[in-house]
Design a protein around this ligand. Structure first.
Ligand code: ATP
Ligand code: MG
Length: 190
C-alpha cells in the first residue's frame, strides 16, 4: 500500500497552543481564514508524496542513521508571514529565526539522502514555515493581507527543543488532513 508522506518536526504542546491562539486572534477579525487544529501544526522539512511500504522502511533507516549524528537543538520563530509574498494571501504562517544555524543543514542532509534514494530534489528553495491558516478565496486573501499589514506580527517569539524528526503519513479527507507518525528518528542527546 502506498502512503502520502512527508518528513517534519513536531511541535511541543505549549507551542501548538500558543501558535493556535495567535491564529485564532486573526481568525476572529477576518473572514475566510481556515485555522488547522492545534495537533496538526508542524514544520515540514521534506514533502515526499506517495511512497511504497518498502520505501517507508528504507526512509526509516536513512532517517534514523542521519538523526543520530545530529544533536538536539533549539528552534525559535516569530511573527506572521503570508504566502504568496504579494497579492491575495493564501497561507498565514510563522517562520523560523536563524534557520541557517541548525535547521537548514538538517534539511540539506535530508534532501541529499532522499536524492540518493531516488526522490527528486525540491524545485523551489526551502522556506521553513508553520502553516497557521489557509485562505481559499481571493477576496478573503486581500482582507487577510490588509489585516496583517495593519496589525504587524505578534512580537512574541515561540521556542522549543527539537528532539527528533519524523516521517509522517498524511490522509486527506473533506474534514481536513490527518497526520500519523510512521517513524520517529531521535536526534543525538547533548
Ligand atoms: P491539505 O492538502 O488538505 O490542505 P496539508 O497540505 O496540510 O493539507 P498534505 O498536502 O498532505 O497536507 O501536506 C503535508 C505537508 O507537506 C504539509 O506541511 C504541506 O504544506 C507539505 N506539502 C504538501 N505538498 C507539498 C509540495 N508539493 N511541496 C512541498 N511541501 C508540500
Ligand atoms: Mg496540501
Amino acid at each position: 500500500m502506498a502512503h502520502r508522506t512527508f518528513i517534519a518536526i513536531d511541535l511541543e504542546e505549549g507551542v501548538k497552543s500558543l501558535l493556535h491562539a495567535w491564529a485564532r486572534t486573526v481568525e476572529a477579525r477576518v473572514t475566510g481564514l481556515r485555522v488547522p487544529s492545534p495537533e496538526n501544526l508542524h514544520l515540514t522539512l521534506k514533502f515526499l508524496g506517495e511512497v511504497s511500504e518498502a520505501q517507508v522502511g528504507e526512509l526509516g533507516e536513512a532517517l534514523a542513521s542521519l538523526a543520530k549524528n545530529i544533536s538536539v537543538f533549539d528552534l525559535r520563530g516569530s511573527g506572521f508571514s503570508l504566502f504568496p509574498s504579494q497579492g491575495p494571501a493564501r497561507v498565514l504562517w510563522t517562520g523560523v529565526l536563524e534557520p541557517e544555524r541548525q535547521l537548514l543543514p538538517l534539511v540539506e542532509k535530508i534532501e541529499s539522502r532522499c536524492l540518493e534514494m531516488g526522490f527528486k530534489r525540491e524545485g523551489r528553495p526551502f522556506r521553513p514555515h508553520i502553516t497557521l491558516g489557509r485562505i481559499k478565496n481571493p477576496e478573503a486573501g486581500d482582507h487577510v493581507r490588509s489585516y496583517i499589514e495593519d496589525n504587524p506580527s505578534p512580537q512574541k517569539t515561540w521556542t522549543q527543543t527539537v528532539r527528533d524528526v519524523r516521517l509522517k503519513k498524511s490522509t486527506l479527507s473533506r474534514s481536513g488532513p490527518d497526520y500519523k507518525d510512521l517513524i520517529v528518528a531521535p536526534l543525538q542527546i547533548g
